[in-house]
Design a protein around this ligand. Structure first.
Ligand code: D5M
Ligand code: FE
Ligand code: ZN
Length: 540
């Protein structure tokens, strides 16, 4: 993707719209996609309303108008920010995020968010939830992007600062300098410093060279030697913040001896004093509207929650369920991937949310339902993501026992703090993490806890909104870390934190078949909030 195409895509995403595949193709075939997008967004703003997914026709219309009036946009052959060669994906960049800004990271985000996003914060009955043990810590903030060239630099500066301060709270990091302040000397000497991983290169002989940076400069760090240090080098992700221990002579090139990640301290289990067994049911990736939505299984699950099983123990859990948490991809959406219409049972986004609300309305009011957006939902496509647009999900917004939150959200449910995120970045990190795979997504989630970041790698598939404060830093440490997206259910425990990937209600899609992804559907993790004991209930 050329630099001006990347800028174009970022502009669309950061304005809260999505691009249909045909619009993407159309823009990619143009010399000036950024200008076309800018003009289209302006005209949409003028018109006052627009669909969520912008298709080719929006840009064609703009182009025909600008051709008529002969604007400069159509005369330009190629943008100055073009970068040759294959690109890793949306929002990607090859430059150092802290030190330089190019047009690809320059957002002209002068637009107000679409009307439907502005209305998501006020929800009926929010106070009603507090009585039911729901305390929102964060997750309803408005997206604040200044729309300046320096947005991404400020964003990464905050990421470095926030993660550095988490690192500095560790005893073993005390006395660390920053990367640019590594002292030089005449002799080899030991150093300890914090920086953000700017690049990582692996050589044939197993040597790994990493550049660590802060705002002022870079240090080259070489990893070679024993198995232990090689393993640590293999685990390092680009754009994460770590502390390096090593030796140097010149202060600019270091031989690594150890790596310290921010990590989480051991958590003592926070068990509520009341011995009442209250349960939270964790799910995600329902994909209502898809032909591969496992309707029978999902209906069996809802039936169980309504108390329609003969098994007394299961009925007991259902009757004590206070919370149902849905970590994104409630519906399959429309225009999310090429030719999706061929795989849809319900081709209208409004109808998909109507069906979702009809299903959830069959549950008793006592169950509070918390819903965050996934990449298939009607929402702003960047992370952090505000709640699902209320225009599309109106039937859910009108339910008194439903709370619509953003991604990420921190919410306390019955005494336990949940970190909720859909988990898009798992696609980005799993291929780079040793010992992690798509069959056990909970393992990669544990690594995110060690990185203390929800989306450590920038520039892969997960587009980030460059806010001045990095809200993807994992702080505070939750009691329960819940994500979905990978369509494989899995539970782990790490240092006292319960880590849950809640699977899916969708069977294998054509894409997943071709990519060798095998989902593990219709299994639901259920947590006893008074003991943190977790049950994995199977509804197949
Ligand atoms: O994603 C469900 C899982 O399947 C997740 O791990 C990504 C992967 N997936 C699904 N479709 C695609 C395409 N088109 N490209 C790459 N990866 C994909 P979900 O968010 O439910 O689509
Ligand atoms: Fe999904
Ligand atoms: Zn998803």
């Amino acid at each position: 993707m050329a630099g001006n195409m990347r800028a174009a895509v970022e502009m669309v995403l950061n304005s809260g719209f999505q691009l249909s595949p045909d619009a993407f193709e159309y823009l990619a075939s143009k010399n000036d996609p950024d200008r076309l997008v800018e003009a289209a967004l302006k005209s949409i703003k003028g018109a006052g309303s627009a669909p969520l997914v912008l298709d080719r026709s929006y840009f064609e219309a703009i182009e025909s108008v600008s051709k008529t009036v002969g604007t400069r946009a159509c005369e330009r052959m190629s943008g100055p920010g073009s970068i040759a060669g294959p690109e890793p994906g949306i929002g990607a960049g090859t430059e150092s995020p802290l030190q330089s800004i190019t047009s690809s990271r320059t957002l002209t985000n002068k637009l107000a968010p679409p009307r439907n996003e502005q209305r998501t914060a006020a929800q009926p009955g929010s106070t009603f939830f507090e009585e039911d043990g729901v305390k929102l810590i964060s997750g309803l903030e408005r997206i604040t992007i200044k729309g300046k060239a320096s947005d991404f630099r400020d964003y990464f500066r905050d990421r470095l600062e926030s993660l550095s301060s988490i690192l500095r709270s560790r005893a073993d990091v005390s006395g660390a300098t920053t990367a640019s302040q590594v002292p030089d000397g005449i002799k080899w000497h030991k150093v300890k410093f914090i920086g953000m991983v700017n690049s990582k290169k692996e050589f044939r002989d197993g040597t790994v060279v990493v550049e660590l940076e802060d705002e002022e400069g870079l240090v080259k760090v070489t990893f070679r030697g024993d198995e232990a240090i090689r393993k640590k080098a293999a685990r390092l992700l680009v754009d994460e913040v770590v502390c390096i221990l090593g030796a140097t002579r010149n202060g600019s090139s270091v031989i690594a001896e150890d790596v310290i990640w921010p990590d989480i301290p051991y958590q003592s289990r926070n068990l509520p004093s009341s011995s009442d067994h209250n349960y939270a049911v964790l799910t995600s990736d329902v994909h209502i509207g898809s032909k591969t939505f496992l309707r029978d299984d999902f209906e069996r699950f809802l039936g169980w929650l309504r108390g329609e099983t003969d098994e007394p123990r299961l009925n007991e859990i259902a009757s004590r369920t206070k919370y149902l948490v849905i970590a994104g991809d409630l519906v399959d959406g429309v225009g999310i991937y090429p030719n999706q219409e061929e795989e849809l049972d319900v081709a209208d986004l409004y109808d998909q949310y109507k069906i979702a609300a009809e299903y959830l309305s069959t549950l008793p009011d006592r169950i509070k339902i918390i819903i965050i957006p996934g990449n298939h939902d009607a929402c702003r496509p960047t992370l952090p993501t505000p709640p699902i647009y209320s225009d599309y999900a109106a039937p859910l917004y009108s339910m008194r026992n439903v709370l619509m939150l953003g991604d990420p959200s921190f919410v306390n449910l019955g005494g336990q703090t949940f970190l909720l995120t859909h988990g898009r970045s798992l696609d980005d990190v799993i291929p780079f993490l040793p010992d992690c795979n798509f069959r056990e997504p909970q393992r990669a989630m544990v690594e995110l806890l060690k990185s203390r970041h929800i989306a450590p790698i920038y520039g892969e598939k997960t587009p980030l909104a460059p806010e001045p404060k990095d809200r993807l830093v994992i702080d505070p440490v939750p009691d329960i870390f819940h994500a979905g997206h990978v369509h494989v259910e899995g539970v782990a425990e790490y240092r006292g934190v319960l880590v849950v990937n809640s699977g899916t209600w969708q069977s294998q899609t054509k894409y997943q078949l071709s990519a060798g992804i095998v989902p593990k559907p219709s299994i639901v993790p259920v947590v006893d909030l008074s003991t943190m004991k977790t049950y994995e209930l199977n509804f197949t």
